[in-house]
Design a binder for this molecule. Sequence first.
Ligand code: BGC
Length: 765
Amino acid sequence: MKQKLIFISGILILSSVMAFAQKKSSSEEQKMKVFVDALIKKMTLDEKLGQLNLPGAGDITTGQSASSDIGKKIREGKVGGLFNIKSEAKIRDVQKVAVEESRLKIPLIFGMDVIHGYETAFPIPLGLSCSWDMPLIEKSARIAAVEASADGICWTFSPMVDIARDPRWGRIAEGSGEDAYLGSQIAKAMVKGYQGDDLSKNNTIMACVKHFALYGAAEAGRDYNTTDMSRLRMYNEYLPPYKAAIDAGAGSVMSSFNEIDGIPATGNKWLMTDLLRRQWGFKGFVVTDYTAINEMIDHGMGDLQQVSALALKAGIDMDMVGEGFLTTLKKSLTEGKVTMSEIDQACRRILEAKYKLGLFSDPYRYCDANRAKTEIFTPEHLQAAREIAAQTFVLLKNEKQILPIQKKGTIALIGPLADNKENMPGTWSVAVDFKKSSSLLQGMKDALGSEATLLYAKGANIVDDSLMDARISVFGKPTYRDNRTPQQLMDEAVAIAAKSDVIVAAVGESAEMSGESSSRSNIKIPVNQVALLKALLATGKPVVLVLFTGRPLDLSWESKNVPAILNVWFAGSEAGNAIADVLLGKVNPSGKLTATFPQNIGQVPIYYNHKNTGRPLAEGKWFTKFRSNYLDVSNDPLYPFGYGLSYTTFNYSDLKLDKQKIAANGTLNISVKLTNTGKYDGSEVAQLYIRDLVGSITRPVKELKGFQKVFLKAGESRTLNFTITPADLAFYNSSLQFKAEPGDFKVFVGTNSASGLEASFVLLK
Ligand code: BGC
C-alpha cells in the first residue's frame, strides 16, 4: 500500500513537472513569436531576403570585412549568416558590422563544418562510429561545441547521418556506416552533445543534420550522383537516422545535392515539406548545401529564377553561397511565382534560430576572448581525444598474438603514413591546425622512450602516380612526396627491417583519398605500398599492418598474407599517441566495424542486412548454379559488419529468453553470459540482431536491435540483459505504416553480425 502511494505521488509530481515544463516552453515560444512578428513587420523585402542569404565568406581577415563586398552586404542587411570563418576576433568584427551598421541590427549566425572536433580533432565519424560508445561520441561532440562556441561559432554542419553502403563513395568517411539503427543512436548522441539541453547557453551550438536526404546512396559511389530508391527502402533503411536527429531536437537541416524521385532534394517539396515538416514535425530551418540551388540548373530544372522559386516553395529557408534567393526572389514575387508568406515563413525560421541561440539578447554571446584562449585545444580535450581515438581502432587480424608489441629490442616503423602528422585529422577538419597533430613516429618514440630501439624509413610514397598525388594533397595535408625511386625507398626500408625484431607498416590512404569528391573505383591499398608490404614480409620478420583509411578497403591480399592488421582510420589530433597506446598494449582494442569490408569491389554494395531473395545460397556454400551468387567470389564479406577482435577473447553462452511468446503490448527479456576467456582485460561490444521470418513485405536476414559495450577483466563473466518490445520489431509496410507484424522471429546475440547464439520467439496478435 505504502509503495503504491509513493508510486502514485511520484507520478503526480512527474506530471506536474512535465506540465510546468510544457507551459514554460510554450510561454517561451509565445515570447519568441511576439518578438519575431514585431521584427518581421519592420523588415523590407530586401532585408527579409537578406536573412535567407548565407554567402561564402571564405576566411575574412580582421578589419577587411568592413570594406569588402561582404561587409557592404552586411551593412545593407543582405546577409543572414556566414560560415567557415575562424577566430573569435574575426567573428566579433563581422558581427559588429551587422549589429552596429545595418538598419535593423539583426545579428548574423556563424556556422562551420565542425564535423569531428574543432581544433581538437577526434577520429573521422566512420571511425568514431566503430567505438559503438554513445557516451564517448556525445562527449566528442560536446568538446567540439565547447571549443567552437568559444571561438565565435554557434552553428555546426553536423551530424552527417547519411547511410552508406558503398565504400567507393569518399564521404562514407563522414558518416556512421551502413546501419540505420546504430546510425540513429549516433545521430541522437551527437545532437545532444552539440546542443546540450539549452541552445542559448554560450557553450552549446545548433546542430544541422545532413545531407537530407539519401546522399549516401549515390549510384556507383560517385559523389553527387543520382539516387533512386523505393519508399520502403527509404523509410526502413535510409531515413531513420535523419528522423532520430530531428526527434532529438536538431535545430536545422541541410539539403543534399542528389535527386530523389527525379527532383533534386533542394527543390523537392515532398521531402522538405510533406515528410520533414508535416510527417516528422520539424520546426527548425533548412539550409541548402553549397550552391545546391544553382546546381538545379545543371540538373535541368530551369534557370536561376526558376530553381530559386522551386527551392523556396519546396521548403528551403536559407541559400548557401549561390545567392539565387537574394537575386531572383523579388522578381518572382512580382511575377506571382512565389508569395510573400513563403518568404516570411523562411525569414521567420532563420530569425527563430537566432532567437533560440540567444543572439538577439547578446550578439556576442559566442565571442569571448578569454574562453577562446582557455577552452580550445586544452590538455583535457587532447586527453579525451587520445582516449576516444583508441576506442575506434578495429583489430582485423592478430595471428600468433603478434600484438601487442613488447617494449623491447628493435622495432622498425615503415611507411608513408608513419611520419605525417598533417594527414592524421582526416577529412573535414576545417578548424584544425594540422601541424599540431601527433604522428605515429612521434607517438611511438614518446611511448617507447629508451625501452626499445625505434628505426624509421618511409619505404614508399602514398602513390607513385604524381597526378594522383596532386589530387590527394589539395587542402594543406601534404603527402611529402619523396623523389627517390621506388626501389631506393624500398631498399632503405628493407635494410632497417632486416635489423629489427618486428615491423610496423603504416600504410593505406591519405586523408584526402576519402571525403567530398574523393570517390575511388579501386578500393585497394595503392599498389606501390602493397609492393612495400611484400618486400617487408619477405624479410621473414613479423609484420603489423597499421591501416590508415577513410573507407572500407579491399584487403583480400593483406588479410591472407599479413599476420596482424590494425585499422586506425584517421584518428585526429592524438592519432599517433593513441595508436602507440594500442600497439604497445596500454589499451586493448575494442572497435567494431560499422561498414562491411568486401572481398572485392565487385561485391559492392554489400551490407549485412540484405534480403534473402528467392534463391538464397545455402550457408557455408560458395557457388551453386541458379542460386543468387557469383562464379568467382563467395557471397561472404571479407570482414562483416560488427566485426573486430581484441587482445583477449570472449565467449558467449547461456542465451535465454524469459518467454517464447510476446504479447502485442509485452516485453521480451533476453539474457546471455559473456566471459572474458583470454589473458587481457578488455571491452566487448555484444550485439543483438533479430530476423522477422515472415512479413507482408520481405524482411532483412538480420537487423541490429541492441548492443552493449562491456568491460570485463580477464577471466570475468557477466550476464547481459537485453529487452525487446514490439516497437523494436516494427517496420514500415507497403502502406508506409510503422507496425510490428505478429509471427515468428529469430534472435541472435554475439560478437558480430555473422556469428552469434540463436533462439526463436513469437510475437502474438
Ligand atoms: C558539403 C557540406 C558542407 C558544406 C559547407 C559542402 O560542399 O557537402 O557537407 O557542410 O560544403 O562547407
